[in-house]
Write a protein that binds this ligand. Sequence first.
Ligand code: C2E
Ligand code: MG
Ligand code: MG
Length: 760
Amino acid sequence: MDNRQRRGTPDPEGAAGPDRAPGGPGAAPWPAGGLDPAQLDRICLFNLLSASSDTIYFKDLDSRFIRVSRSQADLTGADSPEAMYGHTDFDYFTPEHAANALECEQEIIRTGRPVMDLHELNLSDGNRDLVLSSTKQPLWDFAGRIIGTFGISRDVTARKQAERELLAKTEELDRISRELRTLLDSSPDPMLRVDRELRYTYVNPAAVKLTGVPAHEMLGRTAVELGFPDEYVRGSEALMRRVLTTGTAVDAERNVVLAGSRLFLQSRFVPEYDETGTVAGVLVVSRDLTERKRIEEALADQAVHDPLTRLANRLLLVDRTNRALLRARKPDAPGGVAVLFLDLDRFKVVNDSLGHAAGDALLVEVAARLRAAARRTDLVARFGGDEFAVLTEGLAGTADAALLADRIIRALAEPFHHDGQLLHVSASVGIATGDDPAADAESLLRDADAAMYQVKARNRGGGGYLFFTEPVRARAVSRLAVETALRRAVQRGEFRLVYEPVFALPDRRLVGVEALIRWQHPARGLLAPAEFIEIAEDCGLIVPIGSWVLEEACRTLDGWNRRYGGDWNLPHSGDSGDSGDSGNSAGDGVGAGRVPTMAVNLSVRQISDPAFVDEVDAVLGRYGLDPGQLCMEITETAVHDAPLSASAVLKGLSALGVRIALDDFGTGYSSLRHLRQVSVDIIKIDRMFVSDLGQAGEDRAIVAAVIGMARALGMTTVGEGIETAQQYECLRALGCDRGQGYLMSVPLTAKRFEAEYLAT
Ligand code: C2E
Ligand code: MG
Ligand code: MG
């Protein structure tokens, strides 16, 4: 017996019987309308098969249709349900579907087990998109044998489509939410949300970083519960409550302390609504502007401060001065205003000789001392370089300003320490008071500067202070007038050279001349260098003037060389047989040679330019001069004040064969080592010492020492400004090689010199 018979089967007979009818025994008179049960079965089956929208089909053991619903015939396109009897799925559907169905039905017949909710698709070419949900069952006869199968299929195409769409939507939502999450998590902007109780419901990593509290600790808690700083809690909770009650977003800039650091946050508080439209929470999106704020503030600070010393800069001082002047002009003003302008004397020397780092350190220390010397209410500023200014107000009188200047000068007079070295700088201070009702910051600074300038000129770098007064103004104005006139003089060629003869002391023999400049001023007549050289140096005009002097001196020298030979036909000491003097007699002395020399005075500005060596070389070449005939004089103070590059220039000149003379020796601070470094050939003893010779004094000892030292170093000595025979004799006795001065000759024009000394 096959398993069809072994299986437990329903009891179709009974099921269809009246006792098993719905409603159970004892229900209303049955069947209705006087129909017998068999008839009722047929009516029901007929209606089921003709009206069901689900397709219903009965098949025999070979899966041939034996009964089908109308809807099944509609699906297959058969003319009628009856037309399908005896046909199989292979007659209506794709071979693939038919084969599947056959296999499934044969399995049901074999096992007696139904198949529920089988999804069938791709039934036929005309029903490509159709999806059916089918249930197939064994078809039992009343004897409990399987005689075939039957199935009901429902069209679930629309439901399937809806499901697919829903799935796609869900996936899309998942993707968006994943992306959003990444966005929030990786956002540098702190974001958080709170519910109506102000409990955190979300915090992104940036917010966690800001608060310093891990997310899992924050979630579900309020800022108060988390112990955030009071100031922060008060500020942010007030804003959140406002958003919760008003339902409108709020922007706020907040300066808060969180996790121990002060932060500047720019935040937007946005209401979040639930599905009923009520505000359910607040989303806070912040931007940490701390760094930007810091940079902004630093920039603003930098704009008005000197980066090196942190003192105010000119901009700030001008602004504060103008405000102070306004205050001082009010009836109830606490007192007057003054601006002190100060310039460090000899700062350049420190900077050039010890380097910029030392210079910077010095400036920082100067700034500190100035701050300490000034009152707390004074404003100390640095204008760059070694220029400083102090604004002071509430002055009872000028004496107060003088006191401050005094304090400053004393504070800077103390030596500075650098690398175990003691550095001395002093300050020249100019003071301008704001008494003039027309004064403004710029005019005060200008006046204080002018006064400072005159301190410097007067004390030659020795420090001190001066108030800006009418005489100071007059001098400043005349200075300006000289400067203007000098410019014109350079263009119009108003300069002349005079020549002061230089003699060998032992025998008063002419050994050269010194070229000295004069200005043939159109109104003021012939002016000596004292009237204009310093101004020319200050405004830089000394450079073109110096070039003219060099050219003119060389031109004159060339003329004399041409007319009188390279030795100007001068008698030589050897010729007269006079050899009773020291071995280092002028004629043979170092730097003297046998040729007469032309000495030219140089300014420190000229030797500060490395190109000057080329200029001298070019002039020598142009006139075909023996470099040994040219002597460059540079004052001892100039050498001392000169930048490092200047000694390179002097060395360069020396290398050309040009003699170097140290002028006005004894007025500066040269050390022996320094003299060696700048390759000096000749030392000119300043007139100051010479004028004292003859009268018993210490100067004789100094001159003797200088001569001895120069001789030891192989240098030639020249005594300057010899006016008396006594001075002459004294220098000669001390072994000085050469001399010049009014005793022998005043400076002469080229023509006069030629007539008196050469054309004889
Ligand atoms: P210096 O180079 O020491 O020149 C000597 C100065 O002493 C000259 O003054 C000269 O006329 C003056 N002198 C000479 N013998 C006597 C004397 O017996 N008694 C007195 N009381 N004075 C005497 P000068 O020509 O007025 O020049 C002054 C200074 O100007 C010069 O001093 C020099 O440093 C500077 N100078 C002159 N010409 C030039 C120039 O072309 N360029 C530069 N940069 N400086 C110059
Ligand atoms: Mg000179
Ligand atoms: Mg001199």
